[in-house]
Structures are given as C-alpha cells and as structure tokens.
Design a protein around this ligand. Structure first.
Ligand code: CA
Length: 229
C-alpha cells in the first residue's frame, strides 16, 4: 500500500544537522518535509499551513515542546511525534496525556523516524470518510469532525476511533483491531481502554430525542458503526 506519499511533515528541531538529515530521509520516502528551529513559531506555522504530521523536539529554544504540544492540542489533532533526549522522560510524557501519538528517544536512526511516520500516517491516511448523510462529517486532513453541524470536541484517540469505524459502516471491529489503529505498536493498552474511549465517543455523538446508536456494541465481538435509520 502506498504510504500517503504526498503527506507533508513539519519538523520542529533546533539542531540543523539532525533536522536536515530527517528532511532528507523523509523526502527520499516521498514526503514533503520542512523544518522550523524556533519554538516560538511552531504554533503559528501549523495554524497558517496545517501539515499532515508534526515531529516535535521537546527541547526547543524559546519555547519547550510540552508547551507547544499543549497549545497545538487546543485546535488540532494532527498526528504528533515527540522527540526527547532522555529515555526516562518517556514514562513521564505518557503520564502527562499530552496527546502526542508517539515518542522517540534521541539518539535515533532517521530510518526509525521514517518508519514511525509511515505507521502513524497509515492509521490516519483516509482523506475522506463516508458519512455526510449521517450528519457526521469527518475532515481527515484537518483532523476535525462535526455532527449535525456542531463541531465535536474529540481527543486524538477518539477522532481516530471514529474515523476507523465510520470508514466501514456495518463492519464489526474487534477491540484488538481498533487498538491496532489507535496506538503505536509498543504501547500496552487493554480492551477496557477501547471501551472507555467508545463510551466517551458515544456520549459526544448523542442526538437528542433518539436512542439510535451510531456506534453499536456487538456482544462478544466488538463494535460497529451504524448508518442512521
Ligand atoms: Ca533540541
């Protein structure tokens, strides 16, 4: 499967050698990569020209990556890979629930970064999802969704879950299949995590005056997305 070759990657990294190396490797894999060194300009660059994925260094001059990540997540669920120089920081980062999709520890091989970029974009690559007639609209490029004309306030995981389910109405997904689409492979999560995300998603997709469930549980199997009656 072609790995979203037209995707645009923004790299926020202040070490020119590293940034250039990453850009070169990403370009060689068919991505359009650009980079920013100044932490103060990342948010405005993303707002002005939203990329398909961001690789964000934690230690940037003038503004740190955590702070940038927090602000990005107030308006976009664009896939985000954080770079950190300390392996012991990863647990802390995961604990912060910042909404990054993946974390990579320095030093890393550029090949590893390209592989992670590919994996994440594969999960988020559907450019348009059927569902307009449902009152549900999913903008896979802008990473936004709305329901009956009102914007849905979804976490990145909820957004991906909804996109996966809505892309194949009627198909039953097992929890394991959904997990596969949600997280990077190495992360340990349980079935119950899926259930709790689904529960939140359903709450956000409630339509007043109807008990029709857009996301239906299939007993003993998993979940499926229903078209509206
Ligand atoms: Ca740095």
């Amino acid at each position: 499967m072609a790995a979203h070759p037209e995707a645009r990657i923004l790299i926020a990294e202040d070490e020119p050698k590293l940034a250039t190396l990453l850009c070169d490797y990403l370009a060689a894999s068919g991505y359009a990569a650009s980079w920013i060194a100044d932490g103060r300009t990342v948010v405005s660059a993303v707002r002005a020209d939203p990329p398909d994925l961001i690789v964000l260094d934690l230690m940037l001059p003038y503004r740190d990556g955590l702070d940038i990540c927090r602000e990005l997540r107030t308006f976009t669920v664009v896939p985000l890979i954080m770079l950190t120089a300390r392996v012991d920081e990863i647990d802390r980062l995961l604990g912060l629930e910042l909404g990054a999709d993946d974390y990579i520890c320095k030093p890393f091989s550029p090949r590893e970064v390209v592989a992670r970029v590919k994996a994440i974009l594969r999960r988020t690559s559907a450019r348009s999802v059927p569902g307009g007639t449902l009152g549900l609209s999913i903008d896979a490029v802008g990473h936004m969704a709305s329901f009956d004309g009102r914007p849905l306030d979804l976490t990145p995981v909820e957004f991906r879950l909804l996109k996966t389910l809505a892309a194949s109405p009627g198909r039953v997904f097992s929890r394991a299949q959904l997990l596969d689409n949600l997280y990077s492979d190495y992360r340990v999560v349980t079935d119950r995590t899926v259930d709790s995300h689904i529960k939140n998603l359903r709450r956000k997709l409630q339509r007043p005056g109807t008990d029709h469930e857009l996301i239906e549980s299939v007993y003993g199997v998993g979940y499926r997305f229903n078209r509206c009656p």
